[in-house]
Design a protein around this ligand. Structure first.
Ligand code: PEP
Ligand code: MG
Length: 767
């Protein structure tokens, strides 16, 4: 091939770009030219849609012209999808021999064996793939690759926007969905531990709705059937709502309220009825009217309104299913592994109320609170970047092991046997109860307080059953996050009272609202912040919205009237801020006393240590605060500048970074010297390998999710303080991460012999 000439011709393409009447013509000319210059039988351009994660064949010289616009591949699928996923050129002498090769009937590529796929990208943005094929006698050479890689990068310049523009004026229904996946195994990131073996159910609402639109609705349904389906749907939603309330009284709110409201909206119903009376098929009428509402909501600037799209999609799918299948099934997701691209807190509650087995979240990043919520709901969850999972056929058996992040698709007998035998070694709640000792003591006789982190009231069941020493952290934001409005003082009072009462006099620590950052209140956080993690969040939000803050504090003081009550402020960055928050509590106490309302007038007031600015002032804070709790999750994030929710920097999120270890040491030493209580409530407290270090620097109280209470107790019971102190000293002496890691590695042998104790059902709070 004449590489110099080819490059010139691509330059020539830039001219063509300006002159081509349409993008299609431009792409056709491009493939024509490249095929000719490289003497390839086939030259094709696939363009990538980064929202759908799908590559579509947009132009081809040599393949069946009918296939243009129709052949679609997911990122990573086939050699073409793989080239883009890996951002690597793939060259094969006989493509069909590669196990990633994907056969598409009817496009006639099987006769060309020599294959070359070059990713087209701009910087790190994936744009498409240039594919060349020849017959086997003329395999591609290294020189071909060099020239074509340059060509691909030049193509990137002119292809920018082409995908978008083509997508705009293309009738959607022409494209065929990507072929079913042949995936067998996927490794993902654990968001909530547990296990499930159940059939898959893929939720891709946009796809479900548009495929509903494309269906031939010759169902013979009548207007009367529609009214019946609407009544059925309302009854189902009401019964689901009741179930949520029963199961999760604090979080329930009206999560199906929006659905019911839309269903009761006369304008919505009238529009559908009008269409049916005008001759439309009832299912088509539902989908069309829902589509109009969705467009309206999508146009809104308000993120809360945009979230409503989700509810309308849910509702339309449920209505149509009721209409055409007459199914009595209300728990559509019961005993299924749900595979989905989007997940709101309300979705999680819905799926939990329907008894879904587990969730695989594809592509989406996950806020830390979605993971925490999933953990509290006992819902195993894995996050994966493998978009092919969305192509799974409903009903495909899935084995999800969210203790190590493995997803097996249609697993063989051997894997299943192993899974079942592992399951048998897991403990039931009763077995855990029997193993739990009344006190947590090290082998050399030091008592450690073992507290529970409570997110939803459902966590209390296990926490109480395992007789924890109190609540070290109640994240009050959950009742706020799952609602559609700020909960009133009365609502909060009811929730907090349940928490306090269940602890029967043991210490209870309620953290005031920690909203903002990645803990979004969809009804409030309307303004897009550039840097929400460092924005108007947490205690700053409370101090700026004093009325909301004071309402919460009053509800806490009233609920904890007779309790060993501790109020903890999150994200404190300065002594001034702590004092301002303290003032709000003092004012609230005065106001309640003035009104003759029963309340706690001597709560201990403490703070989270989550920001590096606290470390240098810790002695000063100790003059003001009664206690501290170290939130390692945020402390690590802010000290190292590593987003705790960002998968791509996860390997830099290092609890054992020397700077973290030394800061923890400084904070704990100061608290102890000043006679202040100190505990650790971030995830570091429950990670077995860090527990000896924490004990070694003087921590004597750990607060963990109830599912980890037994394991943490057993780890402490296996760690003598003298060993822990020696280990901590050596760890603190290191300046390099790798040297600390080596020390941890050497000590974990002993700690890891302590078994993992998840309850057998995989459910933490509800077993
Ligand atoms: C922490 O930051 O460690 C913590 C316990 O708080 P949260 O995870 O709720 O941010
Ligand atoms: Mg935090």
């Amino acid at each position: 091939m004449d590489s110099e000439r080819l490059l010139c011709d691509i330059n020539e393409l830039n001219h063509l770009f300006r002159e081509s009447a349409s993008i299609e013509t431009l792409l056709d000319k491009a493939v024509e030219l490249v095929a000719e210059r490289t003497q390839s039988a086939v030259c094709s351009i696939y363009l990538y849609n980064s929202e759908e994660h799908v590559l579509t064949l947009r132009a081809s010289r040599g393949l069946n012209p009918e296939s243009v616009g129709k052949v679609r591949l997911r990122l990573g699928q086939g050699l073409t999808g793989l080239a883009l996923q890996e951002m690597q050129t793939i060259r094969e002498v006989d493509a069909s021999r590669n196990r990633n090769y994907k056969f598409f009937p009817g496009i006639f590529e099987e006769r060309y064996k020599a294959f070359l796929a070059l990713p087209i990208a701009r910087g790190i943005s994936k744009m498409g793939v240039l594919v060349l094929q020849r017959d086997s006698a003329a395999a591609f050479t290294a020189a071909d690759i060099t020239a074509l890689e340059t060509a691909a990068s030049q193509l990137a310049n002119i292809l920018e926007n082409a995908q978008f523009l083509l997508g705009m004026h293309e009738p959607h229904q022409e494209a065929t969905p990507p072929p079913p996946t042949e995936l067998k195994f996927v490794k993902g990131k654990i968001a909530s531990e547990g296990y499930a073996y159940a059939p898959a159910m893929v939720i891709d609402k946009h796809r479900s709705l548009s495929s509903l639109l494309q269906r031939d609705f010759d169902t013979g349904c009548t207007l009367a059937d529609f009214h019946k389906a609407a009544a059925n749907t309302a009854a189902q939603l009401e019964s689901l709502q009741e179930r949520v309330e029963h199961k999760l009284s604090d979080a329930a709110s009206l999560i199906f309220a929006a659905h019911l409201m839309i269903l009761k909206d006369k304008a919505f119903i009238d529009k559908i009825v009008g269409r049916i009376e005008g001759g439309a098929n009832p299912p088509a009428a539902i989908v069309e009217v829902a589509g109009e509402y969705i467009q309206g909501f999508l146009a809104s600037d308000n993120s809360y309104m945009r979230e409503k799209v989700n509810d309308i999609e849910d509702l339309a799918i449920r209505l149509v299913n009721n209409l055409i299948s007459h199914s009595e099934e209300i728990e559509i997701h019961r005993n299924h592994v749900v595979v989905t691209r989007t997940l709101y807190p309300s979705d999680l509650l819905k799926l939990s109320s329907e008894d879904a087995s587990a969730i695989v979240l594809v592509g989406g990043g996950v806020t830390s609170h979605i993971s925490i919520l999933a953990r509290s709901l006992g819902m195993p969850m894995i996050i994966s970047d493998t978009f092919e999972l969305l192509d799974l056929m409903d009903g495909t058996p899935i084995l999800l092991d969210a203790e190590i992040g493995n997803i097996f698709i249609d697993p063989g007998d051997e894997i299943l046997e192993k899974f079942h035998s592992q399951q048998a070694t897991r403990l039931t709640l009763d077995e855990q109860k029997k193993l739990m000792k009344p006190q947590t003591v090290t082998p050399d006789g030091t008592t450690v307080r073992l507290l529970a982190n409570i997110n939803l009231l459902t966590d209390l069941k296990l926490a109480c059953a395992l007789n924890c020493d109190g609540v070290g952290l109640y994240r009050t934001e959950f009742p706020f996050i799952v609602r559609t409005m700020f909960p009133s003082e009365a609502e909060q009072y009811v929730i907090y009272s349940k928490l306090v009462d269940s602890m029967k006099g043991k210490p209870v620590t309620l953290r005031t609202l920690d909203a903002g950052g990645d803990k979004i209140l969809s009804y409030y956080h309307d303004i897009q912040e550039q840097n929400p993690a460092m924005g108007m969040r947490s205690i700053r939000f409370s101090l700026q919205n004093r009325a909301i803050f004071a309402e919460q504090v009053r509800a806490i003081l009233r609920a904890g009237a007779d309790a060993d009550l501790r109020i903890m402020f999150p994200m404190i960055s300065s002594v001034d801020e702590f004092c301002q928050a303290k003032e709000v509590v003092e004012e609230s106490i005065d106001a309640l006393a003035g009104g003759g309302i029963e309340h706690n007038n001597h709560p201990k007031l403490g703070m989270m240590v989550e920001l590096p600015s606290v470390v240098n002032l810790i002695d000063d804070f100790a003059q003001e605060a009664d206690f501290f709790s170290i939130g390692t999750n945020d402390f690590i994030q802010f000290t190292l500048g590593v987003d705790r929710t960002n998968e791509s920097v996860a390997d830099l999120y290092l609890p054992h970074h020397p700077s973290i270890l030394r800061a923890l040491h400084t904070v704990v030493r100061s608290a102890v010297q000043n006679g202040r209580e100190i505990s650790v409530c971030g995830d570091m407290a429950r990670e077995q390998k860090y527990i000896p270090f924490l004990l070694g620097i003087g921590v004597r109280a750990l607060s963990v999710d109830p599912a980890y209470l037994l394991r943490t107790q057993q780890t402490i019971a296996a760690t003598s303080i003298s060993d822990a102190e020696a280990l901590a000293q050596s760890m603190l002496a290191q300046s390099r991460v790798r040297d600390v890691a080596a020390l941890l590695e050497a000590q974990t042998v002993q700690v890891e012999s302590v078994q993992n104790h998840f309850v057998r059902t995989g459910v933490s709070g509800q077993s």
